[in-house]
Design a protein around this ligand. Structure first.
Ligand code: URA
Length: 217
């Protein structure tokens, strides 16, 4: 199963860790409370931050322990940028920031036109010196891929050093869209679900991530 997905989607980075899978299953349940959904999303985001930062560069710096001087590794280069796709990206952002507290944060506001399902931008604010920074784009659900493609296109205009996309779950349609439009951007996710329905929801999915995070339904 995993090998077949990897062959079909070269951009896919599936996070199969049992803790991640367990928490995602809890989150899918429709009777989960808003506070539990939020807490689990926070925990899952921390675990995903661990995976998405696995290849960041380190350099040896000289430090003093209570006993002697040593060379020890620290993260190198300009601070990472987390770009949150409003509004549901905020749910992942909090967990990521608790693991990488020095990261810079960008926001992009995109809403889905309910008729065409295309992404319409209403807000964009990014940190400076993007050409020296790695950008990790956050949205819990990669569904049609329209918002992700738009966020990546907009970010690319600023010439970042690299881009990665992180979501909780996705589907073949979303992965195909990203692979087609931005094959250089890896997608980190905990699951690839079956399909999209006619309203652009992922099946079986977990429903509307924004509504479940903010309790708006
Ligand atoms: N956005 C969501 O919140 N849920 C989906 O299933 C698809 C897009």
């Amino acid at each position: 199963m995993e090998a077949a997905l990897a062959a079909r989607f070269p951009n896919l980075r599936l996070i199969t860790h049992p803790l991640v899978q367990h928490k995602l299953t809890l989150m899918r349940r429709k009777d989960l409370s808003t506070s539990s959904f939020r807490r689990l999303l926070n925990e899952l985001s921390m675990l995903m931050a661990y995976e998405v930062t696995r290849d960041v560069g380190t350099q040896l710096v000289s430090i003093e322990t209570p006993l002697e001087t040593m060379l020890a590794p620290m993260i190198d280069g300009k601070k990472l940028v987390f770009l949150s796709i409003l509004r549901a990206g905020t749910g992942i952002l909090d967990g990521m920031l608790s693991v990488v507290p020095g990261a810079r944060v960008g926001h992009i506001g995109l809403y889905r036109d309910p008729k065409t399902l295309t992404a319409v931008e209403y807000y964009f604010k990014m940190p400076h010196q993007l050409e020296e920074r790695d950008v990790v784009i956050l949205d819990p659900m990669l569904a049609t891929g329209n918002s992700a493609v738009a966020a990546i296109e907009r970010t690319r205009e600023l010439g970042p050093k690299s881009m990665k996309f992180v979501c909780l779950l996705t589907c073949p349609e979303g992965l195909e869209a990203l692979n087609r439009e931005h094959p250089d951007v890896p997608v980190y996710t905990a699951a690839v679900d079956r399909e999209l329905d006619s309203h652009g929801y992922i099946l079986p999915g977990l429903g509307d991530a924004g509504d479940r995070i903010f309790g708006t339904k």
